[in-house]
Design a protein around this ligand. Structure first.
Ligand code: DGT
Ligand code: CA
Ligand code: CA
Ligand code: ZN
Length: 579
């Protein structure tokens, strides 16, 4: 699907318009259309072919034209024109966290800076801080930002890599000469970021399989090509490697190329102790060279005395020991999720209506959806006043009265203020079905302060979940400096859940934090934090992160049925009500 590329184009156009100081409405319209198209549940190219682009919310005449042109020609003359009118590298510069369009313009006007390298030089030689409104601290942040941008561009988000890989796998699967095909490598392990995309196929005619791969419509360039493997570059600049093996080796190759490397090293060592040799062709007895496994992955693990290990666990973190003694966790699955506890609507900064969000959640097979718009201190994105909370609640009651088998629950994503209090009084927060408390400002506080702030929220009797507990944005913002373990110990005591936010650039709790949470007996909530109906699909990334953290169904708040969720003991809440 071209959706992501189209969204990327529209976001780039918006950035260039911003650099040129154009009308804010116009800029926002491009961002909005990009977001819509990115989360569109269907192929944008199909919508374009059937002349339905304008039916997509946020896509008007003029944006539809640009999308059409791009889909037909792979180019946008409007974008090219805009790009020509600003210096090259400017868009990259304004994309650095903490720079933005205004400062990028200032740097260009005063110092002629139009590339990342020039900006780096200027920051290092302290030429930026002579400019009005720029401090030494800003220079430091610029250097840090440049570093991050460069680092981020070298790894892809799982949320980008996985759909692209699945598209290719889907195309190959329908090919006659290809018997089996799967993604492997870090994507199969569902790591949050991906270096390159590895695909494995089995075939009795490797030539034909390689031909099919090289001829895919997604291919921009064939980088390398041999009798059993090939590398391509896609139109979205993703590198994909395909290896083709004979059917009798498929399981062994899948095991080998799934990794991780450290996991494989331990597997081979374990095999050696048993007089076996494991490689990408199979499992063999060292003495007789006899093949004992290789066709399927279960067989490979079984041959060395292990249960099959889910790919998400293959990081050499105790999984082999657990598999050897039959103590592997029964990991949570997407199907275990009964509802979503975190979603935004047009009432605050979401793009879709309450009705549409509820409908989409219902279509996913959920039993419930908690509507959790932003709270009052987020006024700039329509955070809810007490009056609007009441209004929204009436609306929800009406909708619920009309439906059966699905329930909208009232919730809020309330801000944890810098002193640890919430931005409504107790009476207001006590009346929601579910409260998620998050930090949205004051990230730069000291470790002690931030930790205390989160602990205060975890101790608040009205708080059910702490939202995106590390606040990181992958490649853009580091996690807050907070003692998560201390917060978790409190959460375990008070019964507050910590969120695994499924947005592909958040995914926090991170996998390693989730594992710690499990050890400390903390419940997790796996939420999509959807801002459009299409984003409910992000849930799979949150579930994958939970699985990488060894999380089981019983550890997950929203694996509870509606009835169980409503009846759950709220230790602190119960105490507060009794008092
Ligand atoms: P990435 O691409 O950086 O996100 O991470 P991976 O895990 O996909 O790594 P990649 O693409 O270099 O290799 C794919 C898999 O192939 C890796 O997970 C394990 C296997 N592999 C690659 N090189 C070696 C090696 O030298 N020894 C062993 N045992 N396995 C290897
Ligand atoms: Ca890889
Ligand atoms: Ca690779
Ligand atoms: Zn939030």
């Amino acid at each position: 699907m071209k959706n992501e590329q189209v969204a990327h184009l529209l976001n780039n156009i918006a950035d260039l318009l911003e650099l040129k100081n154009e009308n804010q409405f116009k800029i926002r319209a491009y961002h909005e259309a990009a977001r819509r198209i990115e989360s569109l549940p269907e192929d944008i190219a199909a919508a374009a072919r059937e002349d339905r682009l304008k039916e997509i919310h946020g896509v008007g005449e003029s944006i539809a034209e640009k999308v059409q042109e791009y889909l037909q020609t792979g180019k946008s003359s409007y974008f090219d024109e805009l790009a020509k009118s600003v210096a090259p590298g400017m868009a990259e510069i304004m994309g650095i966290p903490g720079v933005g369009a205004k400062k990028a313009q200032l740097f260009f006007r005063e110092l002629g800076i139009s590339t990342l390298d020039q900006l780096e030089d200027a920051a290092k030689s302290h030429r930026l801080c002579n400019l009005p409104g720029v401090h030494e601290k800003t220079e430091e942040n610029v250097l840090l930002g440049i570093h991050r941008v460069r680092q981020a561009s070298s790894r892809l988000l799982l949320g980008t890599a996985l759909p692209a890989a699945e598209e290719v796998v889907g195309l190959l699967r329908s090919h006659e000469q290809i018997l089996k095909v799967e993604v492997c490598g870090s994507i199969r392990r569902m790591k949050e970021t991906i270096g390159d995309i590895d695909i494995l196929a089995s075939s009795n005619e490797p030539d034909a399989a390689i031909d099919a791969f090289a001829a895919l419509p997604v291919v921009r360039l064939v980088l390398a090509r041999g009798p059993t493997k090939a590398s391509i570059l896609t139109h979205s600049d993703l590198q994909m490697d395909l290896r083709v093996v004979p059917p009798e080796s498929y399981g062994a190759a899948l095991q080998y190329f799934t990794g991780s490397k450290d996991h494989n090293i331990q597997v081979r060592a374990l095999a050696e102790h048993q007089g076996l040799k494991v490689n990408e062709y199979g499992v063999f007895r060292v003495k007789t060279k006899e093949r004992v496994a290789g066709e399927d992955e279960e067989g490979v693990y079984r041959a060395i005395g292990l249960e099959w290990i889910p790919p998400e666990l293959r990081e050499r973190a105790g999984e082999i020991e657990a598999a050897a003694s039959g103590r592997l966790p029964k990991l949570v699955e997407l199907e275990d999720i009964k509802g979503d506890l975190h979603a935004h609507t047009k009432w605050s900064d979401g793009s879709d209506s309450l009705e549409d969000m509820a409908q989409a959640a219902r279509e996913r097979g959920y039993e419930y959806l908690v509507i959790s718009d932003h709270s009052v201190s987020m006024g700039f994105i329509k955070g809810l006043t007490v009056e609007r909370i009441e209004e929204q609640r009436r609306r929800i009651r009406l909708l619920n009265a009309k439906t059966s088998g699905f329930r909208i629950l009232t919730g809020i994503e309330v801000n944890i203020r810098s002193d640890g209090t919430l931005d409504y009084d107790d009476e207001v927060v006590s009346r929601f079905d579910l409260v998620t408390a998050s930090i949205h400002s004051g990230f730069a506080q000291s470790r002690e302060k931030l930790t205390q702030r989160m602990i205060a929220a975890a101790e608040n009797p009205h708080v059910d979940v702490i939202g995106h507990p590390t606040g990181r944005l992958i490649g853009k913002r580091e996690p807050y400096d907070v003692d998560l373990e201390a917060v978790m110990k409190v959460a375990a005591r008070t019964g507050v859940a910590l969120e695994i936010n499924s947005q592909p650039d958040r995914l926090d709790l991170r996998d390693s934090d989730a594992r710690l949470a499990k050890r400390l007996g903390v419940t997790v909530a796996i939420d999509s934090d959807s801002h459009t109906t299409g984003q409910f699909a992000f849930m799979r990334y949150g579930v994958a992160t939970a699985r990488r953290g060894w999380i089981e169904k019983k550890d997950v708040l929203n694996a509870l049925s509606l009835q169980e969720l409503q009846k759950r003991p709220r230790k602190r809440g119960a105490l507060a009500k009794a008092a």
